[in-house]
Design a protein around this ligand. Sequence first.
Ligand code: ARG
Length: 460
Amino acid sequence: PLVKLWGGRFDEPTDAFVEAFTASIGFDQRLYREDIAGSIAHARMLAKVGVLKTEECDKIVQGLNAILLDIERGDFAWVVAYEDVHMNIEARLIDRIGDVGKKLHTGRSRNDQVATDVRLHLRGAIDRILAELTRLRSGLVDLAEREADTVMPGFTHLQVAQPVSFGHHLLAWYEMLTRDADRLVDVRRRVNVLPLGSAALAGTSYPLDRAYVAEQLGFDGVSRNSLDAVSDRDFVIEFLSAASLAMMHLSRMSEELILWTSAQFGFIDLPDRFCTGSSIMPQKKNPDVPELVRGKTGRVYGDLFALLTLMKGQPLAYNKDNQEDKEPLFDAIDTLLGSLRAFADMIPALQPNRDRMRAAARQGFSTATDLADYLVRQGVPFRDAHEIVGRAVRHAQNAGCDLADLPLDVLQGFSAKIGEEVFAVLTLEGSMAARDIEGGTAPAQVRRQAAAARAALAEQ
Ligand code: ARG
């Protein structure tokens, strides 16, 4: 049987089921790169402060690098009896280089080791997520610029409200995702702090150079309290909150894409390569990607709640409960990255049906507010104008036509202040162009916002 790294005080071997039940190697092997990088930095530091001889450190570093190659080549057997990624690698190191390998764990505990690994891993994941977010945001800006003049109905209560630029709608998505990126950048600052040196919970009696370890691993600083550093996972929860919000935004975008590809809306087409068919209905082309992203949003919310619940009852300092942080975290990383990747690929390929959007914007009296605003400019108080236009809308509705289709004399029957120029006001383009205010839907504003977004993306 394998010798446990902590076997000294035990009289009998671990129960076979307990061994499997307590092991995390099935999922934490994903941390092998960070674990090895952390161990190499720790060994170099031990040599620097004189706890290890230079030759000992060299042997350890060589051994760890060889193990890294083995793992990447798929030539490493993970052993459940060694419980987790940390002890699998350490046991293999001792196997490979002999007794000197037993010196690596000096001044260190798996508690500060795992906290370090998770922070390194999450930092890398945040960077990859930010890169995908940038790719998606750039795609939205390109499309928004191209579609600045495209009219679509803007909705409230999913009822046609006012005409808006399709580009404006796309830039709304851009804003949502930009806040998500900002949040992740902010979370990253609190993730990027080194726990090593905290040891099991109380710190260590060795004269470790923590700043040197932090520098080697690219951490911005070292943790200030050992009890806190080994036990809290609030940085994971913060990431999961930011990830949940990003998924919420992707889910809302998904919902719109799903509506827009339906025959009833017909606003856009998604290329076949982003859709799938039905096994029974030959005519079907389904928007599976947005539907899946909408569905996967629930998983990430679940991951967030799993971690909030995991932490809430834990006394200081480390408890084995924290081993349960990894699967939800990895799941959220994979889900968000995959969803962003699918969206970043899909958005530039989206084909707008401009005629369908325009026709839909003409329905539902979407320029009624413009008529009211016109009356206000003619000196009618807004509340009266609202009432007058409401009556005109009811009339047009009974006549089965749009406001702009009513003859001038009919319109003048509702208000003598109405003149010939009203018909320019009632066009979709006139309505959009009139909202030429910062943040408004006028195509000129959309182009300005798109240019500003492009500059911001280039600068980051
Ligand atoms: N696999 C453990 C985890 O993920 C590593 C730390 C274990 N520490 C301990 N004292 N049992 O949290």
